[in-house]
Design a protein around this ligand. Structure first.
Ligand SMILES: [Zn+2]
Length: 203
């Protein structure tokens, strides 16, 4: 596991995907063990702040009749409906001022797992001269995966921190990591306390 150390820079972005109440236990679409990543993400937020790294926070922000919901023929229970409690960010997530917010899948007729799909995120990041993105959050096998693959496709050097994401299913996570790697995303397998980037080992 000896590897090159990674340090966050001002030209990096930390992309925090969908840490909304519906994806945590008690929520409408709870991702197993989602709570475990909160202290790790908060550690990364602190590090990003110290390093002048842009923090981006995305939200699933659905209308009540979104196409992804079972009632509309989709595969998911109703979740993250805009303006509801379940769509709120987890209160334990520490967010500094200056974070960029991205809301996605806002139109009834379109599913958008990727934070780059139908948003201006790529342009916002390019305008800030950001060339490298670290992706964390929920869920690894859906919105994290699709966001990371899009980021790589758009030319950003893209890393996913496995310790700071969780999949809906373990098999989905395995598949997602294979797909991300095939798309040129770097999956960082391990992070050690105290979650400073100096402790990331690239595999
Ligand atoms: Zn959704």
């Amino acid at each position: 596991m000896a590897g090159k150390k990674i340090g966050l820079r001002p030209t990096d972005a930390l992309l925090i995907v969908d840490l909304q109440l519906d994806f945590f236990s008690g929520g409408k679409l709870a991702v197993p063990l989602a709570e475990e990543i909160l202290p790790i993400v908060n550690g990364l937020v602190d590090e990003a702040q110290r390093s002048g790294t842009q923090i981006v926070v995305s939200r699933d922000w659905h209308p009540p009749d979104h196409i992804s919901f079972v009632a509309q023929g989709g595969e998911w229970p109703q979740h993250c409906v805009r303006g509801t409690k379940g769509a709120e960010l987890h209160p334990d997530l520490r967010l500094p001022p200056g974070a960029l917010f991205v809301s996605k899948a806002k139109r009834p007729e379109r599913e958008q797992y990727s934070d780059f799909d139908g948003t201006s995120l790529a342009e916002e990041l390019r305008r800030r001269a950001i060339d490298r993105i670290f992706v964390v959050g929920l869920a690894e096998d859906f919105c994290v995966k699709e966001s990371a693959i899009d980021a790589a496709r758009l030319g950003f050097e893209t890393h996913v921190l496995r310790a700071a994401t969780r999949p809906v299913t373990l098999e989905g996570g395995e598949r997602a990591r294979a797909q991300m790697r095939a798309a040129g995303v770097r999956v960082i397998e391990r992070v050690s306390p105290p979650y400073d980037v100096d402790h990331f080992s690239r595999t």
